[in-house]
Write a protein that binds this ligand. Structure first.
Ligand code: ADP
Ligand code: MG
Length: 379
């Protein structure tokens, strides 16, 4: 990452040195897909790819924001911060607004951003930005806010200021994760615990492959899945699908085939996520592989959120030697993850690229993911 470029852009904009650099990572979800809005469990880990902000306080009443990638500067007066703002700068300005909404005494600041989290790939480049800005402002203005509250402030920025209705998964992962660990998060109580993921020690690695499939129907399909889950919970007389205790009995009470399939995905995925947590706590990470495979089959057959590129990537990764693989993220494109033996992930990525070329699909991109620390001060 171009941290020198970041510092010199800050100096160019302000004629001063930045007071510091703060970072927050992107994240990938190991397992637990579409369980969050059903009050269930998720198990993400933070990536080494991250957003970094060079930040400092100002004497005037402005929030000055710059993105190195977009080479664009946006200024907003503190008094003009208001929800519904458009464009990339809303992810930064939204955090200033959210902190002030929560009563924190945050004043004028310059925020210069760079990020190597792939944008719009479902690896949460947005939460990385928000959480990096929260980390910067908390230190600069000496705020006393615990990590879970920091994640909630970042989510408030995304939900209210940007206008994207998301759960706490992305911001919790970006804030609370640690190196070589995942975060097992209860989306109902918001309690979380760290799960050791010593991949290298166990001769494993996680390949993340971006299919580069444009998400076309995502919003409508997401809304439809969510509505079906809520309708099913209402029919079953429970607060959320997380509360289904006996899947067969619940399925017996529902007469629509589509609704039964959606419920089966959510309930089994939630159980797989709990099982993944237990397996990881017992220290046998290779045993996660069958859960990844089962998760993918459930998303493909019951939740019906996979697309041909994603299915081809998962099938190819498996036949090329991955121990287990699944789509990760909301669906209809985006990334897959594959649990591989150390040193084999890159070759498996190349196999998928060959299969994509043969099928006439565009070229995917991939990297080996390292479970990395959550937000903090870089320098
Ligand atoms: P995801 O979080 O999955 O990457 P989102 O749509 O939630 O996708 O967030 C992507 C948005 O975040 C971009 O459209 C852009 O507004 C903002 N963004 C991400 N990275 C940068 C960057 N380096 N500079 C400016 N804005 C960025
Ligand atoms: Mg996002």
């Amino acid at each position: 990452m171009d941290l020198e470029g970041l510092r010199s852009k800050y100096a160019e904009l302000t004629n001063e040195q930045a007071e510091g650099l703060w970072f927050a990572p992107g994240r990938v979800n190991l397992i637990g897909e579409h369980t969050d809005y059903n009050d269930g469990f998720v198990l993400p880990f933070a990536l080494s790819q991250k957003a970094v902000v060079a930040a400092g306080r100002r004497d005037d009443d402005l929030v000055v924001m710059h993105s190195l990638e977009l080479d664009e500067t946006v200024e907003v007066a503190l008094g003009d911060l208001a929800p519904g703002a458009e464009g990339w700068s809303a992810y930064l300005a939204g955090v200033v607004w959210a902190l002030r909404e929560s009563g924190a005494e945050v004043g004028a600041a310059t925020l210069v951003l760079t990020s190597d989290v792939p944008l719009g790939a479902g690896l949460s480049s947005s939460a990385a930005i928000e959480c990096a800005v929260v980390a910067a402002l908390v230190d600069l203005f000496q705020l006393d806010i615990d990590p879970v509250e920091r994640a909630k402030v970042a989510r408030l920025a995304e939900n209210a200021y940007v206008g994207a209705p998301t759960g706490l998964l992305d911001q919790a992962a970006s804030t609370l994760c640690e190196a070589d660990a995942g975060l097992f998060l209860d989306c109902r109580s918001l309690e979380s615990s760290l799960v050791p993921l010593p991949m290298t020690e166990q001769g494993l690695e996680v390949l993340v492959l971006d299919t580069k499939t444009p998400h076309s129907h995502v919003d409508g399909e997401y809304g439809a899945r969510r509505a079906t889950c809520e309708a099913a919970a209402a029919k079953l007389g429970i607060p959320a699908l997380r509360d289904v205790e006996d899947l067969q009995a619940a399925l017996g009470e529902l007469d629509e085939e589509v609704m039964r399939k959606r419920v089966r995905h959510v309930v089994t995925e939630n159980a797989r996520t709990v099982e993944a947590f237990q397996i990881a706590m017992n220290g046998r990470l290779a045993d996660l592989a069958p859960l990844l495979d089962a998760s993918h089959a459930s998303m493909r057959d019951d939740y019906e959120i996979t697309v041909p590129t994603v299915d081809l990537a998962v099938d190819t990764a498996r036949s090329a030697g991955a121990l287990g693989a699944r789509m990760t993220g909301g669906g209809f494109g985006g990334c897959i993850i594959a649990l591989c033996r150390t040193g084999e992930g890159d070759g498996i990525g190349r196999n998928v690229a060959d299969a994509f070329a043969a099928a006439g699909f565009g070229a995917p991109e991939w990297f080996i993911a390292t479970p990395s620390p959550g937000a903090g001060r870089l320098a």
